[in-house]
Design a protein around this ligand. Sequence first.
Ligand code: ADE
Length: 219
Amino acid sequence: MRIDIISAVPELLDSPLNHSILKRAQQKDILEVQVHNLREYGLGPHKQIDDYQYGGGAGMVMMVEPLDKCITDLMAERAYDEIIYLCPDGKLLDQPLANKLSLSKNLMMICGHYKGIDERIREHLVTMEISIGEYVLSGGELAAAVLVDSIGRLIPGVLNDGSSALFDTFQDDMVAPPVYTRPEVYKDWTVPPVLLSGHDKKIEDWRYEQSELRTKHKD
Ligand code: ADE
């Protein structure tokens, strides 16, 4: 899969995209993430990318032309399954949406800043709007990082244990069961004996019960 991210502050994406699982996915050539600095498409000597909003009001708006040129350049290179705008009023990201997007070949993500982007980009170019939660971030970059992470780990071959993403919390509307590792006893905190029993069926049943309990008591 290839993901192109358009950002006015690309540095914000450096760390999340280049460590841990997403780093490994890119090293294995399963995932390619390219970040494009919108400033390079800025207008005039100051590479302007934002301006005052028509009709007045506080806050700058990201201009239509730099975004259109950057998006159009990318669209000339490949066909995108979705052109996603990260915004607080988009469709709420959940596991089914991450699953669906993980089947894509090429995705484009646009990170907004200030008051947002000129509506004409949403109207004419954006195909999907996604929010990562009902709160307002100062830019779309952290939301894009969350989205890339949630999608990237689902691509076959990215996780070492291919089956483990299937058992994630929310994958079947259930919260994941508790997990433990060595030592068996720490202070006087013990591991549930069933997990040490070596009895696969009992362990499976226990995990299922725990998932059900956690799912019931989630809120
Ligand atoms: N940009 C600002 N807030 C956001 C949010 N909650 N989700 C996605 N993008 C955003």
